[in-house]
Design a protein around this ligand. Sequence first.
Ligand code: GRG
Ligand code: ZN
Length: 319
Amino acid sequence: MTDNQLLKEKHVEYIINLDKKKEDFEYWVTEHLRMNGMYWGLSALSILNSIDKMNKEETIEWVLSCQQPNGGFSGNNQHDDHLLSTLSAVQILLQFDALDRLNIDAVVDYVVSLQQPDGSFFGDRWGEVDTRFTYCAVSILSLLNKLDKINQDKVVEFIGKCRNFDGGYGCLPGAESHAGQTFTCIGTLAILHRLHEIDIDTIGWWLCERQLPNGGLNGRPEKSSDVCYSWWVLSSLSAIDRLHWIDQDKLRSYIIDCQDQETGGIADKPQDLPDVFHTFFGLCGLSLMGYYNLEHIDPVYALPTKTLRKLKHLNLTWN
Ligand code: GRG
Ligand code: ZN
């Protein structure tokens, strides 16, 4: 147990040192996910108002070097393109104010080519379908002001098929409700300004029932709490204006207890080892709840609100 202190400086240290841990096993097993990792780390620094601690030019060059001939981005050099890494690449460039250096038309063609007749999206050329990929596609096109290039009604129709009786959403039609997938579906509907078409109170209840007696949130019934649901659940509640349906002070204490007092960083559960994914999403949760004077993160785009406000074409109705 700790007092309620957020170890801001230690978390900044933890993140900027991640790229120096090249002797670690974990560094190499996550090598193909470097683009996602870079987005989590950079965005965590943004929330902590320390984005200047990152080597801007070197990072931009590396991101641009991962754009493939088909327009999509890979997770690292010598890997294959995917919608997941393409969204992270756009999110990184946007935070560095470097979208003008991106071959936007190629990205848009890539995303558009992955939409299927039923409105769903493949994640890449290999044809896996998942509501995560729908969210990535819609977020990318919205950030680039190119949503008119896809069939948005079909997207909404497909998302509707992934909704379950409990109000939550799965990765495919008929799949179990999961908070992560619920974020992707609520986020997609929010971006397309179609949230008013769903039953907000039913999904609100399912989401707030994710809080456990220890204050943490789980991702579906009977599962244990995990800090990353402080994003997947809380962002969804925030987008539907139901953040006050959970006990925020108890969640704050849970996240604080997951900090590593020595190395900095936040873990999935108290006493576990920290990682950049849970560090970012733990900070996101605290930011959404308005604690510690953190930079505000947008619950739908998972980017700092101040960054999004520079994009005049966006209409952030949920903030
Ligand atoms: C820009 C924030 C952002 C996201 C991009 C990748 C993506 C779009 C969304 C991922 C949504 C998702 C499915 C999140 C859940 C991740 C997670 C913790 C999965 C663990 O699932 P299980 O079944 O864990 O291993 P539980 O907690 O259910 O035991
Ligand atoms: Zn987790």
